[in-house]
Write a protein that binds this ligand. Structure first.
Ligand code: F6R
Length: 612
């Protein structure tokens, strides 16, 4: 989704802004722009629809816009088509104020009508322009930039991460946040603003995450933070641990492939510190055993792939805990009048920790008294900070829009939560627990072994990339796995695909199977292998071209019916999707590669969905 970067220091701002925006490219965008204050205190605004390359060409890599203070933005259109005029920064009528904005100003129509009635002329169709025009309006009243910002913030409703420049105050950027991520970076004689640490990590690791209602004034001499009452406040600084190289391709053609290949390490980081002497130990969990025993309802709430982690989790947690677990899409949960009270545990899953629907669901559950345990990748993100408890996945930055290593680590952490709670509640057999813990320790190596089948998968992708419709079928954990396999395929290759519970085929879907239809049959879950085979036979009989995924121990059995078989190593049943997802990620990747798709930045998608 939209990206923000800001800089004030002694170096030329434009190249720093362009580099920062390039590092935010992965979030998805359709236009980009920068505003730099010139040494003569004039605002220079350059923006264009299309890729960053176009913006960089427009300003000759930054050489055309002289100045040591500025802001940059990548826009993902919501209000108004992606075009030059609607791109950010937006400038007020007299050219004195520039604004960049992530989020949506919900009452912009009313504000726009008010400003038009005051004689203001608008240029764009965006909600953001009202912020620039309002700033000018209030500045004309009070003559003070900071005071004008306060007045604007009291008028606007909705979600925002804002960066604001005023030509009359050429030494400062003012930033404000509500319901959209924004962080501040502290450098030597310089200050930074960013929607995502990736944009500024090259320059500083010393950051402060802004909270809702806060305002910041960035100057060369440092950053002063204020609360919503505009009173100065002090906040804890965070040190970003990961390396710049983690956000670079490191020789891989795509971030997605790099992140698929990083899964053994990512899993090691997520699992190893939490395994001790054959036990699962969460040093980072505040929940007490009494509290865990007191929960009578469990929800898992998330979006997209994180929701698919929840689908696998439902099977595993219900089996382990012997209590019902509901999985809900955050966008539905938040408006569903959910049955949640102080005996409810709500597990929130999010890679970015900023997904707006997930955040809103968290707040809804919290309002109703639930205990919030979140599983999050991005340290210090909004969801992490608003949860009662947070378990980080430690996967490192995930850049490709399609999630891979975040999915795997979320799943491992959720499985560990299930096992840990089950042990405490006495609902899991000793042998099953011990076996799962042993297999968890082996999981990174088994994922590595699975990655070794890359060439086979590439070969199948070359045979199948022309299909326009694909079906994933499976039962139980394999059904949940199929949901993720299908999403991966459609989002990056644009092939229509659906995942079905195999038992449902004969209730309607099987009518879609005809000669040559590609069916990916998932048969990794041992207890239902025979049932899975019956469904494979059913679709084969109707002419389907079946590519099967099973465990090594079932390979021969599967190969009797199906021509193409991919395998994963055997493991504890609950961990099968953690291995099974790897060939499906690779299959989608290679299919998208064959079809010449923009793999890391699929059309219409954004990495972090901070609008509803
Ligand atoms: C798909 C994908 C998305 C995200 C979803 C939730 O590959 O990445 O479906 O899983 O947008 O995002 P987070 O986990 O950041 O809340």
């Amino acid at each position: 989704m939209c990206g923000i970067v800001g800089y004030v220091g002694s170096e030329q701002a434009a190249p720093i802004l362009l580099d920062g925006l390039a590092r935010l490219e992965y979030r998805g965008y359709d236009s980009a722009g920068i505003a730099v204050v010139s040494p003569r205190h004039e605002l220079q605004v350059k923006k264009t629809v299309g890729r960053l390359r176009a913006l960089s060409d427009l300003v000759h890599g930054g050489a055309d816009v002289e100045g040591t203070i500025g802001m940059g933005h990548t826009r993902w259109a919501t209000h108004g088509a992606p075009n030059d005029v609607n791109s950010h920064p937006h400038v007020s009528e007299n050219g004195k104020f520039a604004v960049i904005h992530n989020g949506i100003i919900e009452n912009y129509v009313e504000l726009k009508e008010f400003l038009i009635s005051q004689g203001v002329t608008f240029r764009s169709e965006t909600d953001t322009e009202v912020v620039a025009q309002l700033l000018e309006f209030y500045y004309n009243e009070c003559g003070d930039f900071f005071e004008s910002v306060g007045r604007v913030l009291r008028r606007i409703e909705g979600a925002y991460a804002l960066g604001m420049l005023c030509a009359d105050c050429p030494d400062r950027i003012i930033a404000a946040r509500k319901d959209a991520p924004l962080l501040l970076g502290f450098g030597e004689g310089c200050s930074f603003l960013a929607s995502d640490a990736t944009a500024i990590i090259k320059h500083t690791r010393d950051v402060v995450y802004m909270d809702d209602g806060e305002i910041a004034v960035l100057t060369r001499g440092g950053i002063q933070l204020y609360n919503a009452m505009q009173q100065p406040i002090e906040k804890e600084h965070h040190h970003i641990e990961w390396e710049v190289s983690a956000a670079e391709k490191g020789g891989y053609p795509h971030f997605m492939l790099k992140e698929i290949m990083e899964q053994p390490d990512a899993l090691r980081h997520a699992i190893a510190p939490r395994l001790r002497g054959g036990e699962i130990v969460f040093d980072d969990l505040k929940l007490t055993p009494e509290k865990i025993r007191g929960f009578d309802r469990i929800f898992i709430v998330a979006c997209g792939s994180s929701y698919h982690v929840g689908m696998v989790g439902k099977y595993n947690l219900e089996h382990l805990l012997r209590r019902s677990v509901e999985v809900a899409l955050a966008s539905e949960f938040r408006y569903s009048d959910p049955i949640v009270d102080d005996k409810t545990l709500v597990i929130i899953i999010s890679q970015s920790g900023e997904t707006l629907d997930t955040m809103a669901a968290l707040r809804e559950a919290k309002k109703r008294g639930a205990y919030i345990l979140s599983i999050v990748n991005v340290v210090g993100s909004s969801i992490a900070r608003e949860s009662d408890d947070v378990l980080y996945t430690w996967a490192g930055p995930e850049i490709a829009v399609a999630t891979t290593k975040a999915y795997s680590t979320q799943l491992a952490v959720l499985d560990m939560v299930g096992l840990c709670f089950a042990k405490l509640l006495g609902t899991v057999k000793e042998e099953e627990y011990a076996d799962a813990v042993r297999e968890l320790a082996l999981l990174p190596d088994k994922v590595k072994e699975t990655l070794g089948h890359c060439e086979d998968i590439q070969k199948y992708a070359a045979q199948h990339f022309h299909h326009e419709s694909v079906f994933f079928i499976g039962r139980n954990l394999d059904y949940a796995l199929g949901l993720e396999g299908s999403l991966k395929l459609k989002e990056i290759s644009y092939i229509h695909s659906e995942a079905y519970a195999s038992g449902e085929l004969k209730h309607g879907t099987i009518s879609l199977i005809e000669d040559g239809t590609l069916v990916i049959a998932l048969g990794t879950y041992g207890p239902l292998f025979d049932k899975a085979m019956s469904n494979v036979i059913e679709v084969k009989a109707r002419g389907a071209d079946v590519l099967a995924l099973t465990t090594e121990s079932h390979r021969n059995e599967m190969a009797k019916t199906v021509d193409h078989v991919l395998t994963i190593p055997d493991t504890a049943a609950m961990l099968l999707p953690s291995l099974g997802v790897v060939p499906l990620q690779l299959f989608s990747y290679y299919i998208a590669l064959q079809r010449g798709c923009d793999i890391d930045k699929p059309r219409n998608l954004a990495k972090s969905v901070t609008v509803e």
